[in-house]
Ligand binder design. Structure first.
Ligand SMILES: [Zn+2]
Ligand SMILES: [Zn+2]
Length: 432
């Protein structure tokens, strides 16, 4: 089996891995990079035409993959709905099938819908966790993983002779930690290669608590607090939304989500197989806030049903103002004017994202505004990625013949973890 890691041997994000054997050729993940020339990638680069993207290296030079080429891949398989794993799907040749899980597909679709961006080709090829599927000579077994993206997968991929395991992004301290145990238990032992993420190497100073510990800390922090509690997290980090929802429930506060977050929870809950809280009669303490600009956008461009479906749970601004001391509410910088008009004041603002994201001017302006309105700022976050302890656990139990670091800034750090570490170069083919 021949493997080419096009991006990720020395960086976090933008993952693309090609596997080729016996006439079959597949790509695992089609990630948009988070970095370009060792600096965080600038937003406007995504607007470049494709020839420019090829030139600067956002699109690696891969024959037979893109829409302007003759198709030469049997499939593209996406591990989870983070842009650094699926963000290049737009460029894939339309006749190449794209395989993803139901939850991953739903999140990609809803993101495109609300961002008014073109729908990437998410096709109809869905895989089900723990059910192997065949592409040419490849047999692919997806494992549900614990990660900050909903319904994320790892893959065990075999041809007739060799087996590789690709962890995707994962962790062992979220609400689905049991999935990591199950993966370690069920995945093949002694595989020919393990491609494992190593995001946390180099970030070891970040505090890693479980989602449950984060929830307990929130409860402790808010318990005796009199005033509105606002928090900023990703609307797609479902584990985190659940932590704030549970905190609100434990403290008899109303959990307020904006209409976009409400739609994310609603759509995922409709997939079945989960008990996610969402605005409904079943969860009377969840109310929906309609930010002005977003609501206009829904009515004018997205489709009014996405707003109207929550009208029984609508929380008007005057009521929100009156009940502000009894809320836990999801906010974003784009809701600044709504918060001002509503008159939320003298509360607590919890920033619950990775600190690396909080530098933008827009973010600073938002936080300065909250500060002027009497909000105390706090940070409470835990990583979506595996601790070194959990990575070691995966390697120790799976005993792969080769450990290949990916999705890491410091691949050398793996060397102490196993005698079988094999460092690779971006774009260079190797055989196992
Ligand atoms: Zn990633
Ligand atoms: Zn991820």
């Amino acid at each position: 089996m021949q493997i080419i890691i096009y991006r990720g041997t020395k960086e976090i994000g933008g993952t693309l891995v090609e596997l080729k054997t016996g006439g079959s050729r597949i790509l695992i993940d089609a990630g948009y990079p988070l970095f370009l020339n060792n600096k965080p990638i600038e937003d406007e680069i995504s607007l470049y035409p494709y020839d420019k993207l090829l030139e600067v290296g956002v699109l690696p030079n891969i024959k037979g993959l893109y829409g302007w080429d003759l198709p030469g891949f049997d499939a593209v398989i996406i591990s989870h709905a983070h842009i650094d794993h699926y963000g290049l799907l737009h460029y894939i040749h339309p006749t190449i099938p794209v395989y993803l899980s139901k939850g991953t597909r739903k999140i990609i679709d809803i993101s495109a819908l609300f961002m008014l961006s073109a729908q990437p080709p998410t096709g109809t090829c869905e895989f089900t966790m723990y059910k192997p599927f065949q592409i040419g000579v490849f047999r692919i077994m997806p494992f549900l993983m614990d990660h900050s993206a909903f319904d994320a997968a790892a893959f065990e991929i075999s041809d007739n002779e060799k087996t590789i395991i690709y962890t995707g992004d994962f962790r062992g301290h979220g609400r689905k930690a049991v999935c990591l145990d199950r993966f370690i238990d069920k995945a093949k032992k002694g595989a020919d290669a393990l491609l494992t993420e190593g995001t946390m190497f180099g970030r070891q100073d970040d505090e890693v608590m479980t989602e449950q510990e984060l929830e307990d800390r929130l409860v402790k922090k808010i318990k005796d607090f009199k005033g509105p509690v606002l928090f900023q997290s990703s609307s797609q980090n479902i584990d985190r939304l659940v932590s704030f929802y549970r905190t609100a429930s434990r403290l008899d506060r109303v959990f307020v989500v904006d209409v976009y977050t409400a739609n994310v929870l609603y759509e995922l809950r409709q997939l079945g197989n989960n008990h996610l809280p969402y605005p409904s009669r079943e969860y009377p303490n969840i109310k929906v806030f309609y930010p002005y600009r977003l609501t206009q956008k829904i009515f004018n461009k997205i489709g009014e049903e996405y707003a109207k479906r929550f009208s029984p749970f609508y929380l008007p601004k005057d009521k929100l103002k009156k009940e502000q001391n009894n809320i836990v509410m999801a906010v974003r910088p784009s809701m600044r004017m709504d918060i001002e008009i509503t008159g939320l004041k003298n509360g607590l603002f919890v920033y619950s994202l990775w600190r690396g994201y909080c530098d933008s001017e827009y973010q600073k302006e938002f936080e300065n505004y909250l500060d002027r309105s009497g909000f105390t700022a706090d940070v409470l976050h835990t990583s979506g990625h595996a601790t070194v302890t959990d990575i070691r656990r995966v390697i120790t139990v799976l005993e792969p013949k080769q450990v290949i670091p990916i999705h890491t800034m410091v691949p050398d750090s793996f060397i102490g973890l196993s005698e079988n570490v094999a460092l690779k170069e971006d774009g260079k083919a190797f055989n196992i």
